[in-house]
Design a protein. Structure first.
Length: 265
C-alpha cells in the first residue's frame, strides 16, 4: 500500500494553485501554501479552498490574520484587520508608556490592542465594540491581559476611567455610505456593515468619538484615529472643534493616515 500524499506535497499545490488563480486570487501560490499548512485533512482542505474560491476573505478561511507579526484570531463575519492599521498601532505604541491607561474603541478583533500589549506588556487596556462577534474574537485575542466590553463607543466603559485615559485609539469605520458598494466583494459581502459604514461623508463615527474624548482623556492624553488622506483635513477640523490639538501623520508604504489629537492641559 502506498503512503498517503502529504497535504503540502507538490501534487497538492498543483491542484490548489490553479483553482485559486482561476478565482482571481492574485497571490495564489502564497495562499495555497497557507491553506495547505492550515488544513488537517484533505476534506478540510477542499472545504477551505471552496470557501476561498467563493470569495470569502482568506483570513476568515484560515481563522486568523497576521498583524504586526502576531496571529490574530478572526472569525467569519468579523472585520479583518488591515495592514495599514499597523501604522495606527505603531503610533499608539510610540505614545503609550508602560502602565498607561489605553482605550481601543471600535476594536474589532482586538488586533490593535494585542499589538499594544505585545509591544508594551504592562498597559491597562480596555477595548469596546458594538458587534458581539467582534467582542468574542477580541476577548480571545487579548486573553486576560485586557478588558473587552460590548456596546456603543464609550457607553460600556467603566466610569472610573473618566479623566484617566492616556491614549484612546479608534479605527472607526470611515467609508462613506455611497462608497460601500464600490468595496471589494470580500469586504462588502463578508464583513459587517457596521464596521465599514461611516455615514454620508464617512466621518459620523469619528465625530462621535471626538465629541466624547475630552471627558475620558487625562491631561495631555491623546486620541488617535485612522482616516484617509482625502478625509484628514475634515478630521483635523473635527478634532480642533472638539478641543483637541490635532496633527496628521502618514505612512506612504502602507497608504496610511492617522490624526492625533492632544488634550491641552
Amino acid at each position: 500500500m502506498s503512503a498517503p500524499t502529504s497535504l503540502t506535497s507538490p501534487s497538492s499545490l498543483s491542484t490548489v494553485v490553479p483553482a485559486l488563480r482561476a478565482a482571481g486570487c492574485v497571490f495564489a501560490e502564497e495562499e495555497a501554501e497557507l491553506l495547505l499548512s492550515a488544513a488537517r485533512t484533505p476534506d478540510e482542505l477542499d472545504i477551505m479552498v471552496d470557501r476561498r474560491v467563493a470569495g470569502h476573505p482568506l483570513e476568515h478561511v484560515l481563522g486568523w490574520a497576521e498583524f504586526r507579526g502576531l496571529r490574530v484570531a478572526v472569525d467569519a463575519g468579523v472585520f479583518v484587520p488591515r495592514r495599514r492599521t499597523e501604522f495606527l498601532a505603531e503610533q499608539a505604541i510610540a505614545l503609550a508608556r508602560p502602565g498607561a491607561v489605553v482605550v481601543d474603541l471600535c476594536c474589532g478583533s482586538g488586533a490593535v490592542g494585542a499589538a499594544l500589549l505585545a509591544a508594551l506588556g504592562t498597559v491597562e487596556l480596555h477595548a469596546a465594540d458594538i458587534d458581539p462577534a467582534a467582542v468574542r474574537c477580541a476577548r480571545r485575542n487579548l486573553g486576560g491581559d485586557g478588558r473587552v466590553y460590548e456596546g456603543d463607543l464609550y457607553a460600556p466603559l467603566p466610569a472610573r476611567l473618566r479623566g484617566r485615559v492616556d491614549v484612546i485609539v479608534a479605527n472607526a469605520p470611515y467609508v462613506p455610505t455611497a462608497s460601500i458598494d464600490l468595496l471589494p466583494p470580500e469586504a462588502r459581502d463578508h464583513e459587517p456593515r457596521v464596521a465599514l459604514d461611516g455615514g454620508a461623508d464617512g466621518l459620523d463615527l469619528q465625530r462621535r468619538v471626538t465629541a466624547g474624548a475630552l471627558a475620558w482623556l487625562a491631561p495631555d492624553g491623546r486620541l488617535l484615529v485612522e482616516t484617509s488622506e482625502r478625509q484628514a483635513p475634515r478630521t483635523v477640523g473635527t478634532f480642533a472643534r472638539g478641543g483637541l490639538l490635532p496633527r496628521v501623520v502618514t505612512c506612504d508604504d502602507l497608504d496610511a493616515t492617522v490624526v492625533i489629537g492632544t488634550r491641552r492641559g
